[in-house]
Design a protein around this ligand. Structure first.
Ligand SMILES: [Zn+2]
Length: 500
């Protein structure tokens, strides 16, 4: 048996007999055992694969170990692993939920954080040097299935032209291409330190990839349908998909009625009811372009031609105002994607169930006027950042979104920026009890960012005023980055106590 992931440090291994075994008393620590005049040896080994392997070996009475066999002689042994704690340090630790700590420490046990302490309280097992330890990054909005569009459809002020290109692209994709595109997007997300992602997925197809990847996810099943029959069919498909995709320990379902120009009012309502019944989040693109506002207000504009071309134009089916949709935020966790043309008084609700998801580089690429996010923050609303897809963005690096914002608005406080790519995203996606900040009890999801060789009055500035890339990623207590020399990997994997 091999553990599915390395652990930082094994204190000891107990072998517990399976109570259903015919030898329930056959248990103990690493060591030798005698049963029915036969010797057995139970041992744990550091596996070549990085995990811990357990063996039970029958031994000749006076001879050598008889060789490796698992579950020998009818006794089924269940390993109980007692894991020691493991402490990391770096030049700065940014817990997000508390003050930044210069040369502080973060202590892990298994996959959990057990302590965050200032310098001098505890010795470190691993010093990450001149870098920062941050919570794993949260990308609150992307479409991995559009990764094949990278570089092919440059955004411009003509949004309708762009969305027409997206529809065309999707129609021509084979299932194999689609799977490949999702994997490309996923690899691009992991590379930039994403440990939680909100992915809008056509037919929910990214689920098997995200449910088996080393990160947490909400997979939002995308709902499209303006004409009655299409809307009803999509609602049925969503209901079935939800039934077939219950939440796992790392991947949860959500629903995404696409946008007011592509979703019938009754389909918004059906999505809201399904999301409420299952207590899952809802995400929708809202107030993205002036053409969308014109369509809803006057039932005219360039969207009419576009929808007619697709054979789905049905003015009776549209919602009347954006408020009709925004009101869902009173009922459930609601991610309002883009909100480029909405006002802060429409976007801040007292119950804080609603989050504005702002995609800064995509917003700029389409040439929209200034985004209302600063007003939303000033009025106590929540803003999280997303990358949107590779169809409108050069990469899926959410840290680059924050740095872009810092360049556009130099006065924006660094702690606010960091929150928008960590805890606020986790709150929006409903994962904030598990991840999004470095506090005892949460999952050990963290990234390491090399820092420039200088100091700033506000250490957050060090994160956003350089262009360094995430160098290491830990998820659930295990390093998942692959591009590091083996020597540093084993240092991180095995405990070697160093002086404080
Ligand atoms: Zn989007």
């Amino acid at each position: 048996m091999i553990l599915d992931r390395p652990v930082q440090a094994i204190k000891r291994v107990n072998f517990l007999a399976d109570p259903s075994s015919d030898r329930p008393d056959w248990a103990g620590r690493n060591g030798n055992y005698i049963r029915n005049r036969n010797y057995y040896q139970a041992r744990s080994y550091q596996s070549d694969l990085g995990g811990i392997e357990f063996c039970v070996c029958p031994m000749p009475r006076f001879g050598r170990t008889g060789g490796r066999e698992t579950e020998a002689s009818g006794a089924i042994l269940v390993p109980e692993i007692i894991v020691d704690s493991f402490t990391l340090t770096a030049r700065w630790i940014f817990p997000v939920a508390g003050p930044s700590l210069k040369n502080g420490t973060i202590t892990l046990r298994g996959e959990r954080i057990v302590a965050i302490e200032p310098h001098g309280m505890r010795g470190a097992d691993l010093d990450l040097g001149d870098g920062a330890i941050l919570p794993g990054l949260v990308n609150a909005h992307t479409h991995l299935d559009l990764s094949g569009l990278k570089g092919k459809l440059p955004p411009s002020q003509d949004f309708i032209r762009w969305i027409r290109g997206v529809v065309q692209h999707r129609r021509n994709l084979t299932p194999e291409q689609l799977a490949g595109d999702i994997q490309i997007g996923l690899a691009g997300s992991l590379k930039y330190g994403t440990t939680l992602i909100g992915d809008i997925a056509g037919q929910g197809l990214s689920w098997p990839f995200l449910a088996n990847a080393p990160l947490r996810a909400v997979v939002f099943f995308e709902l499209l349908g303006l004409p009655t029959n299409r809307a009803e069919q999509t609602a049925r498909e969503a209901q079935l998909w939800l039934k077939e995709h219950p939440a796992t320990s790392t991947c949860r379902p959500g629903l995404s009625p696409h946008a007011p120009y592509s979703v019938r009012a009754s389909l918004f309502e059906a999505a809201c009811q399904l999301a409420q019944a299952d207590q899952i989040p809802l995400a929708t693109h809202l107030g993205e372009t002036p053409e969308e506002l014109e369509l809803l207000k006057h039932r005219r504009g360039p969207f009419v031609d576009f929808l007619s071309e697709l054979g789905v134009w049905d003015p009776q089916g549209l919602v009347h105002t954006l408020e009709e949709v925004i009101d869902y935020g009173h009922l459930l966790s609601f991610l309002v994607i883009h909100a480029n043309y909405l006002k802060s008084n429409q976007l801040v609700q007292a119950n804080r169930k609603m989050t504005v998801v702002y995609c800064p580089r995509t917003h700029a690429a389409f040439g929209h006027p200034p985004h209302p996010f600063r007003d939303v923050l000033a009025e106590g609303g929540r803003v999280a950042l997303g990358t949107d897809s590779l169809g409108s963005n050069p990469d899926l690096n959410v840290l680059a979104e924050a740095r872009f914002l810092r360049r556009s608005f130099p006065g924006l406080p660094g702690d606010q920026l960091l929150r928008m790519i960590t805890l606020s995203g986790a709150e929006a996606l409903g994962w904030d009890q598990e991840t999004g900040s470095l506090v005892p009890g949460k999952s050990a999801d963290l990234v390491v960012l090399p820092l420039p060789p200088k100091d700033e009055p506000d250490p957050h500035d060090l994160l956003f005023e350089s262009d360094s890339c995430i160098s290491r990623v830990m998820w659930r207590g295990s390093w998942i980055d692959e591009h590091e020399p083996p020597s540093s990997r084993s240092r991180a994997g095995l405990k070697t106590k160093s002086a404080p």
